[in-house]
Ligand binder design. Structure first.
Ligand SMILES: *Cc1c(COP(=O)(O)O)cnc(C)c1O
Length: 266
């Protein structure tokens, strides 16, 4: 029975009491899904508290770390993921912080026996005698059989950049987000929602209505000048800049702010 106590991808669990109540009153088996890096705001659920509750109630824990999982590489940021290792399954995208092709999504489990439900025997793909003779068998590791060799691109990236090279790109991207957040926070015409947890910055023009915010976003989009996201938080509409290009410069961020200034004269 999937348990959803928050609107999907909208908010992070700030208070685990509703989860405790839900677990106490939901008949099992139960799977709790926590998020490490919400798509909307980059927030990370309190993973140790959620893992404790799952242990206490015998629930399985899945952590969607599609966006935030690669912070684990960074000595500056990995403390934010404390508790990640307690998941029964974990999804991580290498096509966000990781800069890989879109198909580079990973499902990881602590014990490969948990992948048994993926196993399938098809004579034309993995005849038992072939498998016993040592031929590789991709069934049991993936839901898909026909796929591009994206693993080669991932291996090439890891070989050429290494852990340190990727960490440098991740740290730099997060730093850019903090820089943008500081610029917006200090700017009299913009309001910052909160300092970024990963690389997502939510902001809006001061004294704007939600309609103004939506119009500003569409104007920049139609003019082909900037592609900003949008999301609701605390009952208001916010513009969303998700920084994921490590080659973005401080100058690019100044340009973005100038564009926003130019479109917010009221
Ligand atoms: C991007 C994202 C997904 C979707 O992953 P895809 O591999 O792009 O389908 C799922 N969960 C979160 C939290 C994400 O940020």
């Amino acid at each position: 029975l999937p348990l959803s106590i928050r609107r999907q991808r909208q908010m992070c669990i700030r208070d685990s009491a509703p989860l405790a109540d839900a677990l106490a009153t939901t008949p099992g088996p139960t799977l709790v899904t926590a998020t490490a890096g919400t798509t909307d705001a980059g927030l990370i659920d309190p993973l140790p508290a959620i893992a404790d509750l799952c242990d206490h109630h015998g629930a399985d824990l899945h952590i969607d770390a599609a966006y935030g999982g690669l912070l684990a590489l960074s000595p500056h940021h990995r403390h934010k993921l404390t508790g990640l290792g307690r998941a029964h399954s974990l999804t991580i995208d290498l096509h966000k912080l990781g800069w890989q092709p879109v198909a580079a999504g990973l499902l990881t489990v602590p014990d490969t026996a948990l992948l048994a439900p993926l196993a399938h025997q098809a004579d034309y793909l993995n005849a038992t005698d072939d498998t016993e003779a040592g031929l590789p068998d991709l069934l049991g590791r993936s839901l898909r059989t026909t796929r591009r060799p994206d693993a080669l691109k991932i291996a090439t990236t890891l070989r050429s950049l290494g852990r340190d090279g990727l960490t440098h790109l991740i740290d730099h991207t997060c730093k850019l987000a903090h820089h943008l957040a500081r610029l917006l926070d200090a700017h009299p015409r913009f309001e910052l929602h909160a300092p970024p947890t990963i690389s997502t910055v939510l902001f809006r023009p001061t004294h704007a209505t939600d309609d103004d915010v939506a119009t500003l976003r569409r104007t920049l989009l139609h003019q082909g000048r900037a592609v900003l996201g949008r999301t609701h938080a605390d009952g208001r509409l916010w513009l969303k800049a998700t920084l994921l290009n490590p080659h973005t410069t401080a100058g690019d961020l100044d340009t973005l702010i100038a564009l926003l200034e130019g479109s917010t004269h009221r």
